[in-house]
Write a protein of this length. Structure first.
Lengths: 259, 356
């Protein structure tokens, strides 16, 4: 598997506040990575470093062996799509007009969308099952619909890597399962995925590996089976041992044992 | 392949259905504009019947000498001025709304008009004979004033890349009040204090006075520059609506777009203020009405806003000068009367949605 994004001794700080230090990690083609860790540990920051919208204070990030800071943002956006947690649109754009913005990295200064662009938009919307929503106003969608439409915008970029920031947020259990199905289908089409996740029970079976960030240690990487063990999680999330039964309930290991 | 293209056209919102509606609207606005101009040329203290005008345009009949003077020296310049000012105000409103990602932005509300008045009064009172490359100091200083005030408000009102309504309105109010009243201060500094007093008064009320043809030519040039410059910005404003960070991720040069919008919006504001002074809410009403018909796509809105803004202000100015004849109402008073309640309605509606 060829590497898409590589972090090479990457540090990042907001002013004095060090968020990421000495990060070495690689996102390869066709990988599906769950990014977990306590609140405020820098999961979104790591995703933004991979999109080039943030630049490491020290060290570097490369896309297919080329440093991100030597590439124009348009070029990066044709390979890497970022789906943010919240999008606020001040005007009543339709779902379709919203998804069309995903073609921005392909358009010339004065040109409009061409037939190929419309086709990419349509495919992205059919894939995420949002084609039927195309005439609706984005602001009036439910949380689950909005999430799928945001992913459609990312897919309209025809990316090789899709970065999802909290894709399960505000979703009911049925919509969470739909999201899992969508992630599975994207993966089978050869798109690499990194998703920051809070619900640990949804990780096993879909994600190929887990990146665990914790506040004062280096990021740990491993398979879901290795990483979703109570000792590991307890330490990273700073849970008190008396909550271990609850922690076990939140991971799949426990469920399998029960079965 | 042919089928694909056709299907894409039919299905897309930029396809023929919307295209049709958009084109029709432009055509209707164009026709209304011509009709409104004819009516506006006809009405006033001396009534010139519309068919006389039509006759003279087509070339059959000729007008009397009196009618000629009234038309070409008095009414026509004023009609052209109303068209230019209305168009400039509406388009700058549209641009600022896109920039601030806020449908309540308007050159008057956010203080850019106030800055232009302040700059223009420095030109009128302190540097009357100066001109640079054919442009009077007034026009250039109005532009500088608009540019300075919008930059200040933008810097004051932004919180984490967003512009909350409250911050925008408060910063705009403070800057606008401060700058428009500074004009009085500038006036007092004038050595010939008193002679140009009416100029300032009419500016602050928003009156389209009796412009000369050279003044109109300068403003028309500014409007042309502003409209041409807006065309490549329109699609970028759609992307910017997603938020600055997201737009940057998609490859938009946010900083460049931001500067371009501020500069072009200020040229348009300065053009409007140089002829009409502080005319409020036009830049708010016109884009909003069109958004209800055409949706929020800035590429569709731009040409329609330019035409509808011209039409709106021509009608408002004609009503303002004929409604209580022989007295004349400053058109700014009329737009404030219509626009104030409209602004409050929008504020209330926006509050219910997401922005506060």
């Amino acid at each position: 598997m060829r590497p898409l994004i590589e972090f090479v001794h990457a540090d990042f700080a907001y002013g004095e506040n060090n968020v990421i230090s000495d990060l070495d990690a690689t996102i390869c083609e066709n990988e599906c990575i769950a990014l977990i860790g306590p609140n405020g540990v820098g999961k979104t920051t790591l995703l933004r470093l991979a999109t080039g919208t943030l630049t490491p204070t020290c060290g570097g990030v490369t896309l297919k062996s080329r440093p991100l800071d030597s590439l124009r943002q348009r070029e990066i956006a044709r390979s890497v799509a970022f789906v943010p947690q919240n999008v606020e649109v001040p005007f009543p754009f339709t779902v379709r007009q919203f998804v069309e913005q995903g073609r921005t990295p392909f358009l010339k200064m004065f040109g409009g969308l061409g037939a190929a662009d419309y086709e990419a938009v349509r495919q992205a919307m059919e894939w995420t099952d949002t084609w039927s929503l195309r005439a609706r106003v984005f602001n009036q969608l439910s949380g689950g619909e909005r999430q799928r439409v945001k992913i459609a915008l990312g897919l309209a970029q025809e990316p090789q890597l899709l970065l999802l920031d909290e894709p399960m947020q505000h979703l009911d259990i049925g919509r969470q399962f739909e999201m899992i199905d969508l992630i599975d289908s994207l993966r089978s089409e050869g798109i690499a995925i990194v998703a920051s996740m809070h619900d640990l029970a949804l990780i096993e079976g879909t994600f190929s590996s887990v990146w665990l960030m914790s506040l004062d240690e280096q990021m740990q990487q491993g398979s879901p089976e290795d990483m979703l063990r109570p000792e590991v999680l307890e330490n990273a999330f700073r849970c008190s041992p008396r909550h271990r039964p609850r922690l076990l309930e939140r991971t799949r290991n426990r469920m399998e044992r029960a079965l | 392949m042919v089928w694909e293209v056709t299907e894409a056209c039919v299905e897309s919102p930029h396809g023929w259905m919307r295209e049709y509606r958009h084109r029709w609207l432009l055509a209707i606005l164009g026709v209304l504009l011509v009709l409104a101009a004819l009516v506006a040329a006809g009405v006033g203290a001396v009534h010139v019947p519309v068919w006389h005008l039509m006759g003279s345009v087509i070339g059959g009949k000729s007008l009397s000498a009196d009618q000629r003077v009234i038309l070409f020296a008095i009414r026509l310049p004023r009609i052209v001025a109303a068209l230019l000012v209305g168009s400039a105000l509406s388009v700058s409103g549209l641009l600022f709304q896109g920039l601030f990602r806020n449908p309540l932005a308007d050159p008057y509300v956010i203080g850019s008009s106030g800055g232009a008045v302040c700059g223009a009064s420095i030109g009128v009172f302190l540097l009357p004979p100066v001109s640079v490359a054919g442009f009077s100091a007034t026009a250039i200083l109005a532009f500088a004033g608009a540019l300075g005030s919008i930059t200040l408000v933008y810097w004051l009102a932004r919180v984490d890349g967003r512009t909350p309504v409250v911050a925008l309105l408060l910063a705009g109010f403070a800057v606008s009040t401060m700058l428009s009243y500074s004009s009085y201060f500038v006036e007092v500094l004038d050595r010939d204090f008193g002679t140009d007093m009416r100029v300032l008064a009419s500016w602050l009320h928003g009156t389209i006075a009796q412009p000369t043809w050279p003044q109109l030519a300068i403003v028309a040039a500014m409007l042309a520059i502003g409209l041409t410059g807006s065309v490549p910005l329109a699609r970028n404003l759609n992307t910017l609506a997603l938020g600055e960070e997201y737009a940057a991720h998609l490859g938009l040069s946010v900083q460049q777009i931001r500067i371009a919008v501020i500069v072009i919006g200020s040229i348009l504001t300065a053009a409007a203020v140089a002829l009409g002074g502080l005319i409020s809410f036009v830049g708010l009403i016109v884009p909003h009405m069109l958004r209800m018909v055409l949706g929020p796509d800035h590429m569709r809105l731009l040409p329609a806003t330019a035409l509808a803004g011209a039409l709106f202000l021509l009608i408002a100015d004609t009503v303002a000068r004929t409604a209580i004849a022989p007295a004349e109402l400053p058109v700014g008073v009329l737009t404030a009367l219509i626009g104030g309640p409209f602004f409050l309605y929008l504020l209330r509606k926006t509050k219910q949605e997401v922005m506060l």
